[in-house]
Ligand binder design. Structure first.
Ligand code: TAP
Length: 486
């Protein structure tokens, strides 16, 4: 394919005609209220949610204060002690199946809104996020009437009202990870989505209405950090389920210390992706790209530290650069796009600060040629070589499309370097040898380790971290246990 000049809105190598997903098959309202007790309740204040690819306002959204959070918790308590709490597991399962099917019916709409509000490429929201959202509801629907079999010999009981706070990188998927198991286990929910990505969760509330979910079973309070804090601190919340940064996770632990609230915290990460000389190199290169550039690197388990065996380092880095030159950065709604917009101006600034620190500390930066779109928040796919263990770009979570590369000679050296981080969420190993896979996966201090693949998710599989990456697991039977009293 001929190399062409990059166009004004695309960072393109090759003659790709735009293939834009249409926005005319659904409606986004100009303004959204809070979803409390099965009704849309006006908030005293509103804030704007912005398309990070264009800078345009998409809609206004309610900002819940302490009073509205209190109303939501009250509605959730009423539903727990009333209609929802009295349903059998089989009846709860029917609601979850209905919600899963409605998500599938509205999947195109949900995918487009997710890409507009958050900036991720439509290929990802269409092929990864939304199918997994439906899968989480289907999976947990199946458990709702089988909890006695999941935990034989103990009659598990729901916890009560669950307060859930989620981040902006997988807005609807994180909501599904939290709401589906909570409901399957018989709890009721108050959920706060992230300030920059409230829209798909509000659309999920419309789906709850369409499914006839009893009022108050799930309540959605949009807002910023203060809204999350009001929910965490509310005395009538029985459990906190939080996904977000380690700093806020620590603040939450301090806030609930001395209470009998249960909690799970899914926090940050700095995963090591380890490539041995006997790995299938081309596949590993694709896995490295997927590991760090999926969702612009806004992924808690992103393979942001690459460890390559010294003997193949030059070859792997050369192939990586060649492949990075073909990545298309641009319009999230274009089906050709590989890397979309950075979620917010604030996050873009954080990425820039850490990348500058990498250069200042002596690492060697490389980015492909090309021009970024003029409007919106963008960052080129970036790699650093000559990294040291002490560099900030190796130690701190960048949460952007930035890869820090180091080399190693022996498996032991790779393990020592990989585990030298405060985080312990995920990791990856690329090798042809099964025995090496076992050695590395058992030696890595991480909750999830992929072998010869990366960033694969499934509702049946527990997910969560060690050390500063969090406490507790979500998904699978382990995830159910976190929503039950024994
Ligand atoms: P945070 O800034 O921690 O925000 C997460 C959520 O908490 C948002 O809804 C946020 O509201 C809210 N929040 C902020 N301050 C709060 C407070 N004091 N009390 C209660 N809630 C508060 O994280 P983020 O920047 O949105 O997300 C990125 C982080 O999430 C990364 O570190 C990433 O690794 C982590 N993450 C982890 C996982 C798992 S499974 N481990 C998955 C995805 C993301 P606002 O949005 O309004 O600030």
């Amino acid at each position: 394919m001929a190399k062409t000049e990059p166009g004004p809105h695309n960072f393109v190598f090759g003659n790709y005609a735009p293939a834009r997903e249409s926005k005319d098959h659904f409606k986004i309202k100009k303004s959204y209220d809070l979803f409390i007790g099965g009704k849309w309740v006006k908030a005293s204040k509103k804030f704007e949610t912005i398309n990070p690819a264009t800078g345009e306002v998409i809609a206004k959204v309610g900002e819940a204060g302490k009073k509205e959070v209190g109303q939501a918790v009250k509605a959730a308590r009423k539903a727990f002690e009333g209609e929802w709490g009295q349903l059998s597991g089989a009846e709860r399962g029917k609601y979850l199946f209905r919600i899963a099917r409605l998500i599938q019916e509205r999947s195109r709409e949900l995918a487009v809104v997710e890409s507009m509000d958050g900036g991720k490429p439509i290929r990802e929201s269409r092929d990864v996020d939304i199918p997994l959202v439906a899968a989480h509801f289907f999976y947990h629907a199946g458990w709702a009437d089988k909890l006695d079999y999941a935990f034989p010999g103990v009659k598990p009981k729901p916890l009560g009202v669950v307060g859930q706070v989620i981040p902006w990188n997988f807005p609807l998927l994180m909501a599904a990870w939290k709401i589906a198991p909570a409901l399957a286990c018989g709890n009721t929910v108050v959920l706060k989505p992230a300030e920059t990505t409230p829209l798909t969760v509000l659309k999920l509330a419309e789906i709850f209405e369409d499914a006839g979910l009893p009022p108050g079973t799930v309540n959605i309070v949009t807002g910023a950090g203060e809204t999350g804090q009001a929910l965490i601190e509310h005395p009538d919340v029985d459990k906190i389920a939080f996904t977000g940064s380690t700093a806020v996770g620590k603040a939450i632990r301090r806030a609930i210390a001395g209470t009998d609230k249960k909690f799970t915290l899914e926090l940050g990460g700095k995963a090591a992706n380890i490539v041995f000389e006997d790995a299938p190199i081309n596949e590993a290169v694709e896995g490295i790209l997927n590991g760090i550039f999926f969702n612009q690197g806004h992924v808690c388990c992103a393979g942001s530290r690459l460890f390559v065996q010294e003997s193949i380092a030059d070859k792997v880095i050369k192939k990586l650069k060649k492949r990075m030159e073909t990545l298309i950065v641009g319009d999230p709604l274009d089906k050709n796009t590989d890397i979309g917009a950075i979620n917010s101006a604030e996050q873009l600034e954080r990425i820039k600060v850490l990348v500058k620190a990498g250069e200042r500390e002596g690492a060697c930066i490389w980015q492909p040629e090309g021009r970024l779109p003029r409007k919106g928040n963008w960052f080129k796919p970036t790699l650093f070589t000559e990294c040291a263990q002490s560099h900030r770009i190796v130690q701190e979570e960048i949460f952007g499309p930035v890869l820090a590369i180091q080399t190693f000679r022996t498996p032991q050296e790779a393990l020592e370097k990989a585990n030298n981080t405060p985080y312990g969420l995920s990791g990856g190993v690329w090798t042809d040898k099964g025995s090496k896979i076992f050695k590395m996966t058992t030696g890595l201090k991480a909750g999830v380790v992929w072998a010869n693949t990366f960033n694969k998710f499934d509702p049946t599989s527990p997910f969560g971290g060690y050390k500063e990456s969090g406490i507790g697991r979500e998904g699978g039977v382990h995830g159910l246990a976190a929503y039950l009293n024994f």
